[in-house]
Design a protein around this ligand. Structure first.
Ligand code: ADP
Ligand code: MG
Length: 697
């Protein structure tokens, strides 16, 4: 049955080899099934007709009926335009073309009845419609009107007669052929429970809905189905892993208790305690932990990591922490070392720049089990690095490591896998986490330690620079340090570097007596490190930099973060940058500088930053503004090949789908029940279509 939908698209009437190549290349459409799943991204409401007398320039795209009475060419050369006078019983409007004039002249017929579709504009005292869509009035267009599907195409497709309309024709032809072959893919019970449209009706309805209500129902049904299958597979993966991978069982908490009694530097927040309970439950359960720990910058993940390590260490195993960069590794090492020293535990640091001799010492101590904790970069993954018994592997900033690397950490033990804790400071909205990390358990530290002064964020325009400089001076005089950050985006790298240099010079002029640092991506790593260290040590007071400082730098004495051209940063990035200040006892500030002209989205991003310090709230807005594909730091574009569901907007459907999948697998874990046969079938079709599950998590 499924074979039919695997038919190559070139065999569809009206396609042929040449158009097939375009469909392959530009839209990834290879088969009948692919075409059907190329859903329209919107529909134009052609259910309503206006009269010319009703038209106003503030209207959106509208539809009118009438006749062309006269056509004239106006102007010369580049300014040449074609004007058609279009009438109905109520008045006249001008249709205008600036391009393709010859073609329009050839096809336009005076006296014929047309349906016109376009956006009215005011031109002087008159109203015109530029480049309207025109269709000769026929039975179908005149009596009923309809919701017309609009499909994505490419520029080159449009020039080769494969525009949205052409695709719509292909869809119609295909649906006529395959309608009877579309089979239900969800069990009766779910269809009844969620009042879903049957699959066949949904597929027709998404392309050619008879009413807006049908369209909405079709969308809902298809989104639900899509998310349901994603969740089903993720939950299955997790269940399989529970069964397959036994974990080391850690039940001795003596070390932990001693730390709590003697060395705990501060009372833990409720969130930290809750997360630690969740981790401990996993570590003593006998199955392998695979947990994602999310916590905003400054939420106190380090101590949670350390305490988790203590549970592993208390049971005579070792712990490792891997971070994506050298700087981050060093900082983790320093943070953990303080705690480790207090407990008399041995901790080591291994990075690319660890010397050979030191390496050997580390390797030996590690293999002998004398080294308890090893912190480092991906240098940890080298084969030479052998633990006596690795109990817990913590990975910081997961998105910078691939899954492959994660699994190499797993294989550091020959008999049982180590427990895995992935830490991230990039808040991911729940809906997205549920999907991207659907096979991991998730813990969230959603509370900052008490007494933290929230960072004050303000928005200033370029024109206020003098005032901003005054403020910086004041802070520097009080002994504080300041970051000034410039955007660096690859395409415009040269320009940005110039911006940065100009900025540096103007700061140097404004602060002639203040020692400055500058750091950017074009510098050699050594030079970069040297400058960083000068700032970290407090030798320099102002750090002018591109976003290289985004990750990890911890300078508690820095209280001001100035972000230049703030409108060019994404929300997640702005939030990460802001997290570089507010790490000490002093009040900290974030100053977002922009030009006067801001896009609507730019305005909303800035306003969100000014309003909120909450990383999860910011991530939610980010997801809504940009969609998950762009959400920085998660690199999930292409991971999840969703055709219709939108993780940013469909979180309620996702929740429903996930609950339904959980319930179903709870009742019928191996999907053996006859009523679930359609599900099994669907899964095997999806597998065959190379839905790339290995890229998830
Ligand atoms: P993260 O890694 O989540 O950004 P850190 O672990 O570096 O945060 O903690 C940030 C700062 O807060 C550190 O100086 C740490 O000592 C401190 N801190 C962490 N937890 C608490 C707590 N419960 N009470 C007070 N201070 C805390
Ligand atoms: Mg940290």
């Amino acid at each position: 049955m499924a074979r039919f939908f695997d038919t190559k698209i070139e065999f569809l009437k009206g396609v042929g080899p040449q158009k097939a190549v375009l469909l392959n290349k530009d839209l990834d459409i290879f088969t009948y099934g692919d075409l059907l799943q190329h859903y329209p991204f919107r529909h134009e409401d052609r259910t309503q007709f206006y009269t010319i007398a009703q038209i106003g320039a503030d209207m959106p795209h509208i539809q009118i009926r009438g006749k062309v009475t006269r056509v004239e060419s106006i102007g010369e050369g580049k300014k040449k335009r074609l004007v058609a006078h279009f009438r109905d019983d109520t008045g006249e409007v001008e249709l205008v073309w600036f391009k393709g004039i010859q073609w329009v002249l050839k096809t336009l017929h005076v006296g014929t009845d047309y349906v016109i579709f376009g956006k009215p504009n005011r031109y002087g005292s008159k109203i015109n419609i530029a480049h309207p869509e025109m269709e000769v009035l026929t039975g179908r267009t005149s009596d009923k009107g309809h919701l017309q599907p609009i499909y994505h195409t490419s520029e080159r497709m449009k020039t080769r007669f494969l525009d949205s309309k052409a695709i719509s024709k292909l869809q119609r032809a295909l649906l006529a052929q395959c309608h009877q072959r579309i089979r239900e893919t969800l069990p009766e019970r779910l269809i009844a429970q969620f009042q879903l449209l049957p699959k066949r009706e949904a597929v027709v309805g998404i392309h050619f809905p008879s009413t807006a209500e049908i369209l909405q129902k079709a969308r809902f049904r298809l989104k639900f189905e899509e998310l349901f299958y994603v969740q089903l597979r993720l939950i299955q993966l997790k269940l399989t892993r529970y069964e397959k991978f036994k974990g080391q069982r850690f039940t001795n908490t003596d070390l932990l208790t001693r730390f709590y009694k003697e060395q705990l530097p501060f009372p833990l927040t409720e969130a930290q305690k809750r997360v630690l309970r969740e981790i401990y439950e996993d570590l003593k359960s006998g199955r392998q932990m695979n947990r994602l720990l999310q916590g905003d910058v400054g939420s106190g993940k380090t101590i949670v990591a350390f305490i988790s390590m203590l549970i592993a260490l208390g049971c005579s195993t070792q712990a490792a922490l891997m971070a994506p960069t050298e700087i981050l590794s060093v900082q983790h090492y320093q943070g953990l070392k303080e705690y480790a020293d207090s407990m008399g535990l041995r901790i080591g640091l291994l990075t690319g720049s660890t010397r050979k001799k030191e390496r050997r010492v580390l390797h030996e101590a590690l293999e002998a089990g004398e080294l308890h904790i090893l912190v480092g970069t991906h240098a940890l993954l080298e084969d030479k690095v052998q633990f006596k018994q690795l109990g817990l592997a913590i990975i910081d900033e997961q998105h910078r490591f691939g899954v492959a690397q994660r699994s190499r950490l797993w294989s550091k033990n020959s008999d049982t896998y180590p427990h895995i804790l992935v830490m991230t400071a990039t808040p991911i909205p729940r809906t997205l986490a549920m999907t991207l990390y659907g096979d991991l358990d998730i813990s969230v530290i959603d509370e900052l330690p008490a007494g933290r002064k929230p960072i004050q964020t303000v928005h200033r325009f370029d024109a206020n620079r003098l005032k901003v400089n005054g403020f910086i001076k004041q802070q520097v005089n009080q002994g504080r340090q300041v970051y000034v950050v410039y955007p660096l985006i690859e395409e415009s790298e040269k320009l940005d570097l110039k911006d940065l240099m100009d900025g540096y010079e103007s700061i140097a002029r404004a602060f002639p007596d203040t020692p400055l640092s500058i750091v950017h991506g074009k510098m050699k790593p050594d030079a970069k490190d040297y400058e960083m260290q000068r700032f970290v040590k407090g030798e320099t007071k102002i750090m002018v930099a591109t976003t290289v400082i985004e990750v990890g730098v911890n300078v508690p004495n820095a209280t001001v973060m100035v972000i230049e051209n703030a409108e060019r940063f994404g929300l997640a990035q702005l939030h990460q940058l802001r997290g570089r200040v507010g790490r000490g006892a002093e009040q900290s500030y974030c100053i977002l500088i922009t030009g006067h002209k801001l896009s609507k989205e730019g305005k909303e991003r800035i306003a969100t930053m000014v309003r909120s310090n909450n990383g999860f709230e910011i991530a939610d807005v980010d997801l809504k503004l940009r969609g998950p594909g762009d959400l920085s730091g998660t690199q999930q574009s292409g991971v999840l090949d969703l055709h219709i569901a939108d993780l940013g907007k469909d979180s309620h459907i996702l929740q429903m789908a996930r609950d339904a999948a959980l319930e179903l697998l709870d009742k019928d874990p191996s999907l053996e029940a006859p009523e679930n046969r359609s599900i099994l079938e669907q899964i095997s079709i999806q597998k065959k279509n190379a839905f790339n599950w290995s890229r998830i998590s």
